[in-house]
Design a protein around this ligand. Structure first.
Ligand code: CA
Length: 223
């Protein structure tokens, strides 16, 4: 289980890190909002702990930025008591929670464990299509039993394909589902990412699974 801790008070950050590592979690630290978004988007975390008052970009902005990049990891906000109302208003996902400072480590650990559990249940069981297999808990993908290394975005895209096989997915649908964006100028980015994904998923195999539907979008299917 891997956890990202975004906290600018270094003492608090290392206190949390030591505690969680002692419980067997692996922990990455970020000391401001921008660094938090960078790490959160580049890696897959089971839970993100996000302080709200942060330099460069505050915690709520950072969560928004992560969500718009397709990061779905549950977030536990760490906040002072007098900002709780703002936090509750800012949390729009059922997988998010908050904890007021100061807190006991035991309480933090209980919340983290509960978010990990919830996240695991929501993401659920393995999905298979043809000789592709995707483990939504571990965020891993295999084709013919060899693991395919994907970036977070490529993974999100493939998961969307695999949850909707043999259906034409338009660029608009993909933009909304995988990027949370709707505008048209964005669609060539989708083509770029589909090509990345094809290189990893299809290039070494004679049977191609990702197909272009000319002028419309893409479909995952066996031909
Ligand atoms: Ca702070």
């Amino acid at each position: 289980m891997r956890i990202l801790v975004v906290e600018d008070e270094k003492k608090v950050a290392s206190f949390i890190q030591r505690g969680l590592e002692g419980e067997g979690f692996s922990v990455d630290l970020a000391y401001d909002g921008e660094e938090g978004v960078e790490l959160g988007a580049a890696n897959t975390y089971d839970v993100i702990l996000m302080d709200v008052m942060l330099p460069k970009m505050d915690g709520l902005e950072a969560i928004k930025a992560l969500r718009s990049k397709g990061v779905s990891a549950p977030v536990l906000c760490l906040t002072a008591k007098d900002t709780v109302e703002d936090i509750v208003a800012g949390l729009d996902s059922g997988s998010d929670d908050y904890l007021t400072k100061p807190f006991a480590f035991a309480e933090l650990l209980a919340r983290v464990r509960s978010l990990v559990r919830r996240g695991t249940q929501e993401r659920g069981a393995e999905i298979t299509y043809a000789d592709l297999r995707l483990d939504p808990v571990a965020h891993k993908v295999w084709r013919s039993n060899s693991e395919i290394e994907l970036t977070a975005k490529e993974y999100a895209l493939l998961e969307y394909f695999m949850r909707n096989p043999e259906q034409t997915l338009t660029r608009t649908m993909i933009a909304e589902q995988v990027w949370d964006y709707t505008f048209d100028s964005f669609t060539n980015i989708i083509d770029v990412y589909v090509n990345y994904l094809r290189k990893k998923v299809d290039r070494d195999y004679s049977k191609k699974l990702i197909h272009t539907v000319r002028g419309v979008g893409y479909v995952l299917k066996e031909e």
